[in-house]
Design a protein around this ligand. Structure first.
Ligand SMILES: Cc1cc2nc3c(=O)[nH]c(=O)nc-3n(C[C@H](O)[C@H](O)[C@H](O)COP(=O)(O)OP(=O)(O)OC[C@H]3O[C@@H](n4cnc5c(N)ncnc54)[C@H](O)[C@@H]3O)c2cc1C
Length: 469
């Protein structure tokens, strides 16, 4: 039998170096760019899910509002067009993390997150957006002995908070999705829905245009300043003047410099296979088509696409000195090769299957794994960024938070500690890079050491700080 590193490299030989989701024949051509002075009530910087939901929710509040989105590249260019398409109800990066950082608010945040997901599904369906939305839930699988206990602890915590998660034995899990690596599973039927993320972003943009939003693509904002009672943004030599502004620039260097202190870009990698044949599909089962993830500190996430491919992503989350974000970092051969080999470890029966796409995208990590919110320029600018690998659903909540902050009126959302308090600033270079790399090495070590978190990770846990996706 060929070893899985070789199988993985062979399977990657012809993969296109781009996100499968956006590499579609019917992808929309980008809309117009900024080509003159513009004024608007609300200008949103960034055309990913945070920016798109901000426009959507602003119009829900006031349909007469004049809204402009300025996007540096095209809608869905960033993480929103590259992700796994898991739309989670969690606003706290999981229940255990929520309990350690915001124990007093956790029950309310859980209810808020469920409402957010329900409303997201209702709004996407109501607008007729076709994005392969499936309410198929998620299974988390244990692939090392210590993870079996971790899943049991997660199930217990979930029960405490009234969540409906079921522990599944290794045998039952392997009967559901046929991988020899599974030792146990945790089935969550309603905490996650699955989407095709690019089609969601494109559909949202089309819907917003139909409601009068001007979406200007190829329009990078390079400067932001006060302009009398409003705000002036620069896009090349053009001026954009707004009454209010929301910054939704995620992992990219933000024109609002203060935001950069909270955001650490981590490159997350993904692969997409060719479509499986009927017999290949039969060999893995997976009838519920739920999202899948394994339970280590370094983890994989995987799912089926509408045309029966498997998206396989995660594991490496690479930080580059100075917080570099650059398209040249998206094709790291060793990260893709390692991922590919893990795929064949998990599904050896799919030997011979090829990957058609390989890509990576910058995750906007904060030191507490949830977004940073705040205002600037006397409350005329609000920002929401830092969803750390779990922003497809939470971006809608964040959009509401940003609009609440601009309104200046306290709401149930702005009272939560997760909104009021900022994450720890990420230490600046040159100390940032060694800290991040050391933490990553210790995280790998914990996985190799039956999940035991050594002194450094325990110290970070005590401080409520982390450097991961
Ligand atoms: C590989 C990968 C897998 C992931 N998987 C999942 C998942 O399964 N589930 C989940 O919940 N989350 C996942 N995430 C995270 C999720 O994709 C993000 O949290 C979410 O898409 C964030 O949306 P956003 O709008 O904040 O950011 P983005 O989609 O990155 O949008 C920011 C936009 O701002 C634009 N921009 C930046 N600077 C400027 C400027 N100066 N002027 C104008 N425009 C600017 C960028 O071009 C970009 O389009 C994943 C991320 C990656 C990279």
């Amino acid at each position: 039998m060929t070893d899985t590193m070789t199988l993985g490299s062979q399977a990657l030989a012809d993969a296109e170096p781009t996100s499968f989701w956006t590499d579609q024949a019917d992808a929309p051509t980008p809309g117009p760019a900024t080509d003159g002075p513009i004024t608007a009530d609300l200008v949103i910087v960034g055309g990913g899910f945070t920016g798109l939901w901000t426009a959507w929710r602003a119009l829900d509040r006031d349909p007469s509002l004049d809204v402009v989105i300025l996007e540096a590249e095209y809608v869905g260019y960033g993480a929103s067009g590259r992700n796994g398409g898991f739309v989670s109800h969690s606003l706290t990066h999981g229940l255990a993390h929520g309990r350690s950082l915001w124990p007093d608010d956790l029950a309310a945040l859980l209810a808020e997150g469920k409402r957010n997901l329900e409303d997201l599904v209702a709004q996407v369906r109501g607008a007729g957006i076709e994005c392969d939305l499936q309410e198929s839930g998620k299974s988390t699988v244990a692939v090392q002995g210590w993870q079996v206990d971790a899943l049991a602890a997660a199930a217990e915590l979930a029960t405490e908070y009234g969540e409906n998660l079921t522990i599944v034995s290794g045998e039952a899990m392997r009967a559901d999705v046929r991988s020899p690596t599974y030792l146990a599973g945790l089935r969550d039927l309603d905490g996650t829905v699955m989407v095709d993320p690019a089609r969601l972003a494109w559909g949202m943009a089309e819907h917003l245009r139909s409601r009068g939003v001007r979406i200007l693509e190829n329009s990078p904002v390079t400067a932001i300043e006060r302009d009398g009672a409003g705000i002036r943004l620069s896009v090349a030599s053009h001026r954009v003047t707004a009454h209010q502004v929301v910054i939704a620039t995620a992992a990219y260097p933000s024109p609002l410099r203060r935001l950069r202190a909270y955001i650490m870009p981590l490159y997350d990698h993904a692969l997409m296979t060719e479509p499986l044949s009927a017999s290949q599909l039969e060999s893995i089962g997976w009838r519920d088509r739920q999202g899948m993830t394994d339970a280590g500190n370094q983890f994989h996430y995987y799912r089926l696409s509408a045309d029966d491919r498997i998206l396989w992503g995660g594991w490496d989350a690479n930080y580059y000195r100075g917080g570099r974000v650059d398209a040249s970092l998206e094709q790291r051969g060793d990260s893709h090769a390692l991922l590919a080999s893990h795929f064949f470890d998990t599904f050896p029966q799919l030997e011979g299957l090829s990957f058609t796409h390989r890509w990576a995208g910058p995750i906007d990590s904060t030191a507490r794994f949830t977004a940073a919110y705040g205002t600037a320029y006397g409350g005329r600018v609000a920002y929401a960024a830092g969803h750390t690998g779990l922003g497809v659903g939470a971006s809608r909540f964040s959009a509401d938070v940003a609009l609440d902050l601009l309104s200046g009126e306290p709401t149930s959302r702005t009272r939560y500690g997760i909104v009021r308090r900022k994450p720890f600033p990420i230490p600046p270079e040159p100390i940032r890079n060694p800290i991040v790399q050391y933490t990553r090495a210790k995280t790998f070590e914990a996985d190799r050491n039956d999940g035991r978190r050594g002194a450094w990770l325990k110290l970070l846990d005590t401080l409520g700080v982390g450097f991961n996706s």
